[in-house]
Design a protein around this ligand. Structure first.
Ligand SMILES: *[C@@H]1O[C@H](CO)[C@@H](O)[C@H](O)[C@H]1NC(C)=O
Ligand SMILES: *[C@@H]1O[C@H](CO)[C@@H](O)[C@H](O)[C@H]1NC(C)=O
Ligand SMILES: *[C@@H]1O[C@H](CO)[C@@H](O)[C@H](O)[C@H]1NC(C)=O
Ligand SMILES: *[C@@H]1O[C@H](CO)[C@@H](O)[C@H](O)[C@H]1NC(C)=O
Ligand SMILES: *[C@@H]1O[C@H](CO)[C@@H](O)[C@H](O)[C@H]1NC(C)=O
Length: 355
């Protein structure tokens, strides 16, 4: 060790760098986004990962040491060229000897380290099988409050017609339902966009059918539950877009969220104009966030129902910096969440739930 330090005192920077210990051993987080790139198709572990949710392991690297671990419930899987190893719930430590190309790995079960060429690691959820893939055909549900001003409909329908108003997916079924009604309505299902649009345009909000008590909370949670209960049309992977005019009064919706996530249903909401009632937006915001959806706020008066809090941009393959300015006048804290969402060419795997 000493000679290296001494050499560095001589002002020959280059030779100094050459003699620095370098750790060439590789470590990498494998997810659905990069698995095809780094792990061979015929790797013997791959069949067992089909229909499983993968998530990124936590990798802590300091100089020539590395620690790799997964969140609770996930199994740590490390790939070699042809096969690999499942470390289950254990944390692994790797050291890379100077000049070496492979890691010496320990996982606490044996004192003798194993030699591993590359730490290509992923976290696998073996507890549950994915019920569908984002490429399977699924259902689009549009739910809208009967309290909306029907004047937003013409513009909205034309946006549905040209496909700019709903998140893309492989939809085989289109459904719509009007809620916040004195008498609950059934969800209507259609096999094509045209008949769905026809039906939608003849079921505009009707003030004569609204709640008797204007202070009633929204019944949207019941509507979503009803949608999930149906057995005739696919639920898994479906997208729900909700136009809100009042919030529900239920303080939480944990059971519903659990079912939505199990089925990879994404919920998007748009709060149109001033809300009429309901205790708070928090229950709906939690549903949206925890299903990897997003919410927007729209202005009713300009007849434009596009969200004013959503911004579109074409991202290039580079690093971006984001700055948000906001004015917030309430005393109680609220969470702010930021999502980057691809409407065109979305990924073909489920992005893990990280909240
Ligand atoms: C690296 O790991 C080895 C063996 O576990 C340990 O002796 C050493 O202190 C560690 N070095 C650093 C920089 O963490
Ligand atoms: C790992 O799993 C084993 C067996 O399922 C269990 O006994 C052990 O407590 C777990 N360890 C941790 C750190 O969770
Ligand atoms: C879709 O229709 C809306 C409303 O007519 C229009 O503003 C928008 O530019 C259209 N988008 C596309 C992609 O054609
Ligand atoms: C959905 O199904 C569950 C279980 O069968 C039932 O308890 C619940 O009332 C149903 N909800 C709706 C809104 O139909
Ligand atoms: C609905 O919107 C139209 C156009 O913006 C407006 O003239 C009308 O007053 C609104 N109706 C209600 C009940 O708010």
């Amino acid at each position: 060790m000493k000679p290296i330090i001494l050499l560095c005192l001589i002002p020959l920077a280059n030779s100094c760098f050459v003699l620095q210990p370098t750790c060439d051993c590789q470590v990498m987080a494998i997810t659905r986004a990069n698995i095809d790139w780094w792990v061979q198709w015929d790797n013997t572990l791959r069949p067992s990962l089909e229909n499983r949710q993968l998530s990124s392991p936590k990798i802590t690297r300091s100089q020539c040491n590395v620690t790799v671990q997964c969140d609770e419930g996930y199994s740590l899987v490390v790939f070699n060229q042809q096969d690999g190893k499942n470390y289950e719930n254990r944390t692994i430590h790797g050291t890379c000897a100077r000049g070496a190309k492979s890691w010496q790995v320990t996982d606490g079960t044996s004192s003798k380290p194993e030699e591993v060429d590359t730490l290509y690691a992923t976290c696998v959820d073996f507890r549950e099988t994915l019920l569908c893939s984002p490429e399977d055909s699924t259902t689009f549900l549009f739910a809208y409050s009967n309290d909306l001003n029907a004047s937003i409909f013409p513009n909205m329908l034309s946006q549905f017609k040209n496909g700019s108003a709903y998140p893309t997916a492989n939809f085989a079924t289109f459904a719509h339902v009007r809620f916040d009604m004195r008498v609950e309505e059934k969800i209507s299902y259609f096999g094509d966009l045209e008949s769905w649009l026809d039906s939608l345009s003849s079921n505009r909000p009707d003030p004569n059918l609204k709640f008797t008590d204007p202070q009633s909370g929204s019944d949207i949670l019941k509507v979503i539950e009803k949608f999930l209960n149906n057995t005739d049309y696919p639920i898994c992977g479906s997208r729900i877009v909700v136009l809100m005019k009042r919030y529900p009064t239920e303080p939480e919706a944990e059971k519903l969220i659990e079912k939505l996530r199990k089925n990879h249903v994404t919920v998007f909401i748009e709060a149109v104009g001033t809300m009429l009632s309901g205790s708070s937006s928090e229950t709906m915001q939690t549903i949206v966030t925890r299903t990897n959806g997003y919410s927007t706020v729209a202005d009713e008066t300009d007849q434009d129902y596009q969200g004013s809090y959503a911004a579109g941009a074409k991202f290039e393959f580079t690093t971006y910096e984001m700055k948000i300015s906001y004015r917030y006048s309430k005393a109680e804290p609220e969470q702010m969440r930021i999502r980057v969402y691809a409407l065109i060419n979305p990924v073909n795997y489920w992005v893990p739930y990280d909240n």
